[in-house]
Design a protein around this ligand. Structure first.
Ligand code: MF3
Ligand code: CO
Length: 257
């Protein structure tokens, strides 16, 4: 069963997601050639602390080793869960995925973007553009009466029509008091399958798109996921609230008119 959030839970989700979005936006401003991913992670840690929030990544346990960093920073062929390192110096032409997951007042906000470092190749820019569009197209399917598979299928169809591939081994997810709640939201699948969407669900939709083939592997650090073929990969993620009509993106900053 997918949890349905009540008014209080939605209020808290709004707050945690606003913090997650603000931290992500400020972290993005720090991306430049010459900075190490360790330094970016430290900046992320300080930003999260400045809001009185907690990194939901730090110490997160999926297997034997706990996640050792405050944010997930994945460069080029790294798909997700990259660990900031003093050895990884960003260079002109790289891309970096920034994934910020925070907990505030008992609720989690989860969002990610992939950004260029300096000037990137046109085909890499296209990968970023298609992945971000895939996220929007997936979100547009988060409608009451639709099923989870409608989100998955929309993302896969769009991405593959542009010649890129969707990662199979990692999926989007429900999010609330825990980082990973029901349901799983794959970025591939068939229409009209999976659980029915209802108002009040909070979902983290997160296409991970590879320039080349879809296969990935885990590095010996136990966390970093990379493409098997070494091609670059992009990742965009929002936490959204389903409603009686169109979904509301919670991890977005209010824009001045
Ligand atoms: N957005 C990622 C996810 O939903 C964040 C994982 S944090 C980590 O899986 F702790 F696993 F690193
Ligand atoms: Co997520």
């Amino acid at each position: 069963m997918i949890p349905i959030k009540n008014t209080e839970a939605i209020k808290r989700m709004r707050e945690s997601c606003l913090i997650a979005a603000t931290v992500l936006a400020r972290l993005k401003e720090q991306v430049r050639p010459g900075i190490t991913t360790y330094d970016l992670d430290q900046i992320g840690r300080d930003l999260i602390a400045s809001f009185g929030a907690r990194s939901a990544c730090y110490g997160y346990q999926l297997h034997a080793q706990r996640y050792p960093a405050y944010t997930c920073l994945s460069v080029n062929e790294e798909v997700v869960h990259g660990i900031g390192s003093l050895k990884r110096i960003l260079r002109d032409g790289d891309i970096i995925s920034l994934d910020v997951v925070i907990e505030y007042n008992g609720y989690i906000g989860d969002n990610a973007i992939t950004v260029p470092v300096g000037a990137i190749a046109p085909q890499t820019a296209k990968l970023l553009e298609i992945t971000e569009s895939a996220l929007r197209i997936g979100i547009q399917q988060a409608l009451p009466g639709n099923r989870i598979g409608d989100i998955s299928n929309a993302i896969q169809t769009f991405v593959e029509s542009h010649g890129f591939s969707v990662v199979r081994d990692m999926v989007g997810h429900g999010v609330g008091c825990a980082m990973h709640e029901e349901p799983q939201i794959p970025n591939f699948g068939r229409r009209n399958t999976g659980e029915k969407i209802k108002a009040g669900m909070t979902l983290a939709i997160e296409p991970m798109v590879n320039f080349g083939r879809f296969e990935v592997k885990t590095l010996p650090d136990g966390w970093t996921i990379v493409t098997r073929d070494g091609s670059p990969s992009a990742h965009f993620e929002h936490t959204v609230l389903t409603t009686d009509s169109v979904p509301e993106i919670l991890t977005i900053l209010p824009t001045p008119f």
